[in-house]
Design a protein. Structure first.
Lengths: 292, 554, 184
């Protein structure tokens, strides 16, 4: 049963296949058919996206396991977008910025409050039981769900790995941005992990089209409750590690970037060490404000 | 510019006019005085907590002992834990941070001096409220983490737990206000040239710690508030019989409790990161890794907390998820251990008392960390939870770790605070007695725990091995008691007749050593220029400053 | 960013976590205790919304106060502070009316888990509003006495406004979750 499922539950949906192929071809045409790190990121992201939609994971998540569905969503919002963005070269973005529509959109979304709320909002919105259940029942809504998660994820990550480096904020601010997003995601995971399985009733008695139900319930021992808990936990603990990777990335960036920070004397020409001259004493008043 | 290499054999240390008299200490808003107030208060409570521990060890020295009644024993171990955590370790670290951070960043004082004083007095009065319980109807006796439903009214009828909750709430407000005070100071009051990447590691750790405190105390406050509402207003948060959830207490408590243990170790890591380079005569190895791993730990500390609840029955998904994250959090910790060892490697080690404590810290903290990792394996945890194995583990990390780090810090910064060096001879006795006493007390507890002896029991039956192991542990506790007396004597005699220290007795490199010992009320006349992580090294070595040699270093 | 504003944002951050946890407790027991749905029927979202409008508007009025004090119109600033106090007090009065109504119906903090979680959550929110009103009164007094001519004191209105907006946002969450039943 299981092998049969893994071999035949692939849905080579024409729109997805053609769409991804076009995206890949378009990218290679625009960027040039070279295989450096950047294009590998993009291709990897595209491959993960493609597999997430056509592989048995999709069937598993849509019918049997809430946790599998969550895994798919995590790929859409946290794994695929950063890979795709990392694959976009700076010059391409600069060219795109010449188009007023792109520029205006980018300026609007490339703000911490907006991008943060987009990601957190999309996550929380789609997990509200009535909305989530509607997406399970209706294929159009489901497609909108997946697309919006991708878009929200892209907006979130664009702020962090903006190809236009000069627009990026200070890495420590990014750490705060990522950390608070981690908390928001974890809160949702916590709520779900402690809920009862009835919130997403479709998973209580799934349509056993592939005959996997007995394997899942008996061999793997995943009851509806465990399934819900795993889903919630996936959004909590492992996802934390994804965010931490982002935070570590920010730290690496911070420690390796050339110093253009305020409050710094330039390293190339330090002040001559004249011990007779008074250095600037920073002696603030007791109650003062040292505004910057 | 003060000469930092020779000791100034000046007149006996006299306190500046501003620091004389009891009133000046009670009304002070100077961060140095407040820091010393913290240290004095917390040291007092260290003695109190230590006496409570000695009482416990006497009761447990032999099986079926009758030195303490069961209820008294419960009160004492509850108060011992609460005291040591909330009235000793946490505020001692905060006191050090209070004293040192403005000096290390070249500032005159902390950002909000009056708020700073408020933080201390809230802690002080909170502690009085907590201890008042002994005469106010009975101390809390439900353990330092007061699990529900034991903590609810039917099972804990005395007001002890109300004093506990209220005292902790007061202290919590003080702690958070001091933490954010220090963090704003670090963000806004650094001297020119000191970017966040050039912060002394102690300051960086305190900075990250401040954020952990900011996010970790609210769960405790929420839980305490809910407990008080349950107890005083007859509500039902934690009463399963009325539909509440006793487990929710554990969830909220440990959401605080796990980050709390990181709150208790981060500043000690910072101290070690300052002390080891100075006494190895080498800059810290891998500054970026130490700093970055600390930030990772700060974030991760919130993602591991349910490993305190493996035996509660949350189910396999929960247990597996948190086992995974708990094992992962060992990585950034281990990174630091390697960095400290690498710092010492090839250095010219000076075995001052401070350095001995720092090296012992690395050894003992690693042992504690290893026993901790064994708990991340859920089936092992199921066997050893609530046994003396746990007690051994956390004493290794908190005593062998944090407290040894604090002792290292005291020997290191006492000269700066008082102008006098602590006696190295007495320090040597103190160190070895502490080291031997500590290991005698706690190492054997790993084994008696593995043999099955539960914790928080007022006595135990005469099972094979339990008796003599407990006796060994008790003897160790008395050795520790003697070591503390020696330490007290060292402090007392050094304050009076200790060798004058001069500004920089250790030839250290961070900014606090450019101030006089003790620093003037305004800290600095002139702050040395900061072009790297070791400003005083750069100043003393104009031909080989850090920034010239390490182009990559920022 | 000025240090006073920075520390106030940190206070807001820590209080936000605190309220999140009280809200999580409410949500958890709302579902698990089984009593939640019945009791929420006793709430009157419309009337509460009416009183909430006063709280929401007070964010606007405190913003006006801040702007006027920044521009050194202390008289107007004081006026807007007074309006903020009145609006905030009205909100609390509304809360008081609601609470008395519930208690008359036997819904107390000790009656069941809805009462426990509801009163704790709204009680702490109300307490934060009350503390805000006390501070507002002090600020209003300072305005009347002319203390805002000193620029340091004038900054305090802006710093306080951060706290007040936070209290407002918390109420938005509480209102939508408890009274409108979103999420629960």
């Amino acid at each position: 049963m299981l092998e049969h499922f893994f071999l035949s539950a692939w849905e080579w949906d024409p729109s997805i296949t053609i769409g991804c192929a076009l995206l890949l071809i378009g990218y290679l045409v625009l960027v040039g058919p070279r295989f450096n790190r950047r294009s590998l990121y993009f291709i990897l992201g595209l491959v993960i996206f493609f597999l997430a939609l056509v592989s048995p994971l999709d069937a598993l998540g849509d019918t049997y396991l809430f946790s599998a569905h969550m895994f798919q969503h995590i790929l859409f919002i946290l794994v695929v977008p950063p890979l795709l963005i990392l694959g976009i070269p700076k010059w391409l973005v600069e060219k795109a910025m010449k188009f007023i529509l792109f520029r205006k959109t980018e300026r609007f979304f490339n703000r911490p409050a907006i991008s943060w709320i987009a990601a957190a909002g999309a996550m929380w919105f789609w997990h509200a039981p009535p909305i989530f259940n509607a997406a399970l029942a209706n294929e159009t809504i489901h497609i909108i769900q997946h697309l919006s998660l991708m878009v929200a994820g892209s907006i979130f990550w664009w702020y962090i790995i903006d190809p236009l480096k000069e627009n990026r904020r200070h890495p420590l601010f990014m750490v705060l941005y990522i950390f608070t997003a981690c908390v928001a995601c974890s809160m949702l995971g916590i709520l779900i992990a402690y809920s009862s399985p009835g919130i997403y009733p479709a998973y209580l008695h799934p349509d056993d089209t592939w005959g996997l139900l007995s394997i899942i319930r008996n061999q793997w021992g995943i009851s509806p409750l465990a399934d819900l808990q795993i889903g919630g936990l996936l959004m909590w603990v492992p996802v934390c590690f994804v965010y931490i990777t982002g935070i570590i990335g920010m730290l690496v960036r911070w420690y390796t970037e050339k110093d253009e920070e305020e409050n710094l004397t330039p390293i190339e020409e330090p002040a001559p060490l004249d011990l007779t001259a008074k250095s600037e004493p920073e002696i603030p008043e007791l109650n003062d404000e040292r505004t910057k | 510019m003060t000469d930092s290499n020779t000791t100034t054999l000046s007149a006996p240390i006299s306190l500046p006019r501003e620091y004389k008299g009891l009133l000046s200490w009670i009304t002070t808003i100077d961060h140095k005085q407040i820091g010393i107030l913290y240290l004095a208060m917390t040291f007092f409570y260290f003695l109190v907590g230590g006496i409570e521990a000695i009482f416990m060890r006497i009761q447990l020295a032999v099986p079926n002992n009758t030195f303490l009644s069961p209820n008294s024993y419960n009160e004492i171990f509850t108060m011992h834990g609460t005291t040591m955590i909330f009235l000793v370790v946490m505020p001692m670290l905060i006191g050090f941070a209070n004293y040192l951070v403005p000096l290390m960043i070249g500032s005159r004082d902390i950002a909000f001096p009056r708020l700073n004083a408020l933080g201390f007095w809230l802690l002080f009065f909170g502690s009085l409220m907590l201890y008042f319980s002994f005469i106010g109807g009975g101390a809390p006796s439900a353990g330092w983490f007061s699990y529900a439903p034991l903590s609810e009214k039917p099972y804990s009828a005395t007001p002890g737990l109300d004093y506990w909750a209220l005292g902790l709430l007061l202290m919590g407000v003080g702690t958070v206000s001091t933490a954010i005070n220090i963090n704003v100071t670090i963000l806004k009051y650094r001297v020119k040239g000191m970017s966040l990447k050039r912060l002394p590691l102690f300051v960086w750790m305190v900075f990250i710690n401040g954020f952990i405190i900011l996010f970790a105390l609210p769960p405790l406050n929420a839980a305490l508030v809910m407990l008080l509402v349950d107890r005083q207003l007859y509500a039902h948060f934690f009463q399963a019989v009325a539909g509440g959830s006793a487990i929710m207490w554990q969830q909220y408590f440990w959401a605080f409790g796990h980050p709390e243990v990181y709150i208790m170790i981060l500043p000690a890591w910072g101290m070690i990161s300052e002390i080891i380079p100075v006494f190895s005569r080498k800059p810290i190895f891998g500054y970026g890794f130490v700093a970055g791993s600390t930030l990772a730990i700060g974030v991760l500390s919130f993602a591991v907390y349910a490993h305190h609840m493996f035996a509660v029955g949350l189910g396999h998904p929960f247990n597996i998820a948190f086992a995974f994250s708990s094992m992962a959090i060992a990585v950034p910790t281990g990174i630091k251990i390697f960095n400290w060892i690498a710092t010492m490697w090839g250095g010219r080690i000076r075995f001052t008392t401070s350095m001995k404590y720092a090296i012992a810290f690395i050894v003992l903290f690693t042992i504690g960390g290893l026993s901790g990792i064994t708990f991340a394996v859920v089936p092992i945890d199921w066997q050893v939870t609530d046994t003396y194995y746990v007690v051994a583990h956390f004493h290794y990390v908190l005593f062998g770790g944090t407290l040894f780090g604090i002792f290292a810090g005291i020997y290191y910064w006492f000269p700066k605070m008082t102008g006098r060096l602590l006696s190295e001879k007495l320090g040597n006795w103190h160190f070895w007695l502490t080291f031997i006493g500590f290991n005698l007390t706690f190492f054997i507890q790993h084994f008696v725990g593995l043999l099955g002896m539960p914790r928080r029991v007022y006595t135990y039956p005469n099972l094979p091995g339990w008796g003599w192991m407990n006796m060994v542990s008790t003897i160790g506790a008395f050795v520790l008691g003697i070591s503390v007396l020696i330490f007290l004597w060292n402090i007392f005699i050094s304050l009076r007749k200790g060798k004058p220290a001069g500004d920089n007795p250790w030839e250290a490199w961070t900014l606090e050593w450019a101030a006089s010992s003790p620093p003037a009320p305004h800290n600095f006349e002139l702050v040395p220029p900061v072009n790297g992580r070791r400003p005083l090294w750069d100043l003393q070595h104009p031909d080989t400053p850090d920034w010239k040699l390490n182009k990559a270093e920022s | 960013m000025h240090k006073d504003k920075m520390i106030m944002y940190m206070v807001v951050a820590t209080e936000a976590v605190f309220f999140t946890l009280l809200i999580l407790a409410y949500l958890y027991f709302h579902k698990s205790s089984g009593t939640g749905a019945k009791q929420t029927a006793l709430l009157d979202p419309l009337r509460t919304f009416f009183f909430s409008l006063f709280l929401f508007s007070s964010s606007f009025t405190v913003w006006r106060a801040e702007k006027n004090v920044d521009k050194r119109n202390f008289g107007r600033g004081g006026f807007w502070l007074l309006v903020t106090i009145l609006f905030g007090a009205t909100f609390l009065v509304g809360q008081g009316i609601e609470w008395t109504g519930l208690i008359h119906h036997g819904e107390t903090v000790s009656a069941n888990l809805f009462g426990t979680t509801f009163f704790t959550l709204t009680g702490f929110h109300g307490m934060h509003v009350l503390v805000g009103l006390i501070v507002l009164s002090i600020l209003f007094g300072l305005a009347v006495l002319g203390d805002f001519k000193n620029s340091k004191t004038a900054l305090s209105v802006g710093v306080f406004a951060i706290y007040w907006h936070f209290v407002d946002i918390v109420w938005v969450f509480i209102f939508t979750i408890v009274y409108l039943g979103v999420i629960s």
